[in-house]
Every structure is written in C-alpha cells, then in structure tokens.
Design a protein around this ligand. Structure first.
Ligand code: ADP
Ligand code: MG
Length: 233
C-alpha cells in the first residue's frame, strides 16, 4: 500500500529550522491497521499529513500504491487524494451549515458525480454508519460520536484505499471512543487499510501494529494482538 524511505522533514521557524522527521522508514501493506503513537510534538501529525499529501516531504521517498509521490502539482495531489485517501480528524471537520447528508455528499461532488448519484451514495454510507435517520440534521444537532460517524461516512463515500485518522477518538468519551473503534475495526475486517494517530494506549491496542515515534525517529514498530472494541460497547 505504501512505502516510505528515509523521509526527512523540517519546518522553518524564525530564521532557523525545526527538524521534525529524521529519517522515517515505514512500509504498510494492504489490509493493515496501524497506530502511530508518540508524545505531543513527536511528529505524528506531520507524518500523517505527508502520507495524506496535505504536506510535502523535504527528502526521501514516498510511494503510494506504486506511485512515487514527489513534486506533484496541487491539482494532481488533489486528484490522488480524492482517489486514494479518506481522512478523519479529531475535530470531525464537518461543514457546520451543511447537514449530514450534504457533508457526506461533498467529496463526491469533487469526483464529478451527478447530484442524484451523490445523494444516493451519501445516504447509503450514512446508513452504513447507522445514521440514515439523521441525514437532514446539522452537526450541531448531533452528538460527538454521531458527528464522527458522519465524518467516517464522508471519508468512505469515495471508496478510498487507505483511511487516515488523526486522533479520531481524541474528542470523545471512552464509551463513544470504543464505539468508533468498533466501527473502524469492522471496516478493517472488511479489508480497508487503516493508519491512525493516537496517544492513547487502549486505542492503539485496538489496532494490529503500533509504530512509536520519538523526536522524529521510529523507536519501535511491533505487531500487537488486537483488542476488540465491541466487547466494551
Ligand atoms: P504531533 O502530532 O506528534 O503532536 P506534529 O507533527 O504536529 O506533532 O508537530 C511536530 C513539531 O513540528 C512540533 O514541534 C510542531 O510545533 C512543529 N510543526 C508542525 N507543523 C508545523 C508548521 N506548519 N510550521 C512550523 N512548525 C510546525
Ligand atoms: Mg498531532
């Protein structure tokens, strides 16, 4: 699915530069469910954003689904993002004046799908996350867990090969977090490749592999026995 070799990334800050990722090597195969862990500031989001083509690496190699990701125009990067990747964020990143259905349908618009097909597909995916009855509701009328499910439906609507999640349970209480994890595990059971950033051990143990970052270096990369989330919900 993806291959990263000797990835380096720095940010310029006030005349000097902050070396954030210092030679990352990471390979993720189809169907994996991987957690990236590390303390705040260790470079987790930077790595996820580079993998998500939201940010660019300075040096090294990144190959996604056989395609070298390098010097892409903004247009091409957007095309690949739409085609390959789905995103979930801690803060859901839904559009607050659009209802659940419209939020899920939006990425399909950028795929050039007709209005009728967008509506149908969006409703199907809302149904899959158990929110068909909430299609007409705005984000402010939904709970945190429901909003994260809308965001998951939106991420899945375009059928991405890889689902990227940055602290997807970071804004949710424990029970709701486990509900979301149970859902993400089910997606992985169905074959979706998942890469998520978390700093919670219990959430990381619900993945199948944990990559630990410290100061921009991978300190540990181990397979784990996956704890099933549905036993808690
Ligand atoms: P994490 O997600 O592990 O908390 P980040 O990847 O967000 O860490 O950040 C790693 C370091 O890079 C932090 O010190 C952060 O302040 C810095 N950083 C992140 N993004 C930028 C940016 N766009 N410009 C400058 N510094 C940044
Ligand atoms: Mg972060």
């Amino acid at each position: 699915m993806l291959e990263i070799r000797d990835l380096q990334k720095s940010y310029p800050i006030g005349g000097t530069s902050l070396h954030v990722l210092k030679g990352i090597n990471l390979s993720i195969k189809d169907g994996e469910m991987v957690a990236i862990m590390g303390s705040s500031g260790s470079g987790k989001s930077t790595l996820l954003n580079i993998i998500g083509m939201l940010d660019e690496l300075d040096s090294g190699e990144y190959i996604l689904d056989g395609l070298p990701i390098k010097n892409l125009t903004e247009k091409k990067a957007a095309l690949y993002r739409n085609k390959f990747l789905g995103f979930i964020f801690q803060s859901f990143n839904l559009i607050n004046y659009k209802n659940a259905l419209e939020n899920v349908a939006l990425p399909l618009y950028y795929q050039g799908m007709s209005r009728k097909d967008r509506q149908e597909k969006a409703l199907f995916h809302l149904g899959k996350v158990g929110l068909a009855d909430w299609a007409k509701h705005l984000p402010k009328e939904l709970s945190g867990g429901q909003n994260q499910r809308v965001a998951i439906a939106r991420a899945l609507a375009a059928n991405p090969k890889l689902l990227l999640a940055d602290e997807p349970t970071g804004a949710l209480d424990t029970t709701t977090s486990y509900e979301i994890m149970a859902f993400i595990q089910q997606l992985n059971d169905e074959g979706k490749t998942i890469l998520m950033v978390t700093h919670e051990e219990d959430i990381a143990n619900m993945c199948k592999r944990i990559v630990r970052l410290k100061d921009g270096v991978i300190m540990e990369d181990t397979k784990v026995i996956q704890v099933r989330a549905d036993q808690y919900v």
